[in-house]
Write a protein that binds this ligand. Structure first.
Ligand code: UDP
Ligand code: MG
Length: 317
């Protein structure tokens, strides 16, 4: 792929009804900005006819490139795959369900031209998403912000423009458990945002199930903070001191005061309490270990089935 002015990266999972509308809106937005753009669709193992729609589009427009992954690897990996192959001065990451209005790209690009390396789209309103999703997202990002040692933008998803510098730096981050919005925040560079109203999904349904969302949430925390580990080790320390004092008191009461405490309630409470804390702590440690396990295997993050460009052109960064 030749270097372009703008590259658009679009992860696609079962979005056949949205793709043509998305393409039209993108074209209308991009044409006035530059003629020198590329659109890279990453088909993430769709089971509908998204891929044939992409193929058809790529036949009518030479600016359209695609990567067909061998199965569903997940949104973050699909985007990361796109980042490895796109070639442009600046790159926009956008969802294919039309929740991210393509028209905003002109504003993102204006900010890029002003000299920013990261321009993220900050959600003012979120249409068509449940109260529960909005509430948990809000709470989670505030928690994450407190756990990490760098600035994480609130109320922003992955819809953003990044400069080539940022793309190259991202491609050097080899982790399996991708959490791009935090990775980009971690990188630094000059960052700014534009505000927008997030639309509701036009067709199809969200592929982010609650279990995928929870996994992503844990990836965000374990990938960028070891505070949970410190927290459980401190908790263990405090509880040990408390237990030790209790033991001393129990022995003292038994031998010196000759009053043995008979009490099922106190026993069951302490057993349950310590048991709960132990399981919780092992769980926290397990979250980290499972990620170490995935990362030491050092497998490729995704497998490419087909593309309409030469994949040996992958940038060596
Ligand atoms: N997506 C993907 N692989 C997946 C799940 C989603 O490539 O396993 C794509 C999907 O087609 C969409 C974007 O990622 O373009 C965001 O997904 P979705 O709309 O399901 O997430 P939500 O907006 O509900 O967070
Ligand atoms: Mg969506």
């Amino acid at each position: 792929m030749q270097e372009n002015e703008i590259s658009i990266i679009i992860p696609v999972y079962n979005e056949s009804e949205n793709l043509e509308i998305l393409y039209d809106r993108l074209k209308k937005t991009l044409s006035p900005i530059t003629d020198n753009y590329q659109i890279l669709f990453i088909n993430d193992g769709s089971t509908d006819n998204s891929m044939s729609k992409i193929l058809a589009l790529s036949k009518i427009d030479l600016k359209i490139f695609y990567m067909n992954l061998s199965r569903n690897f997940g949104h973050q990996i699909a985007v990361s795959a796109g980042l490895e192959y796109c070639n442009a001065k600046c790159t926009v990451i956008i969802d294919s369900d039309l929740q991210d209005p393509p028209e905003l790209i002109s504003e993102l690009y204006t900010k890029y031209k002003e000299g920013f390396d990261v321009v993220y789209a900050k959600r003012q309103k979120r249409e068509g998403e449940s109260f529960f999703k909005k509430l948990t997202a809000k709470l989670y990002y505030r928690l994450l912000k407190n756990l990490v040692s760098f600035e994480i933008p609130l109320d922003a998803g992955d819809y953003r423009l990044v400069s080539k510098k940022v793309v190259n730096a991202l491609n050097k981050m080899p982790e399996n458990n991708k959490f791009l919005r935090a990775q980009i925040a971690w990188l630094g560079f000059s960052q700014t945002h534009v505000l927008y109203n997030r639309d509701s999904r036009k067709h199809g349904k969200s592929a982010y199930t609650y279990s995928k969302m929870i996994r992503l949430a844990f990836d965000g925390i374990t990938g960028f903070s070891d505070k949970p580990l410190l927290f459980v080790s401190r908790l263990g320390f405090v509880i040990s001191i408390f237990s030790f004092l209790l033991i001393v008191y129990a022995i003292f009461a038994h031998f010196a005061l000759e009053q043995t405490i008979t009490g099922w309630t106190s026993l069951i409470i302490s057993a349950a309490f310590i048991g709960g804390i132990q399981l919780l702590s092992i769980g926290v440690i397990g979250e980290y270990i499972s990620r170490i396990n995935v990362n030491v295997k050092d497998r490729p993050l995704y497998i490419i089935d087909a593309t309409n460009f030469n994949i040996s052109e992958k940038k060596d960064v």
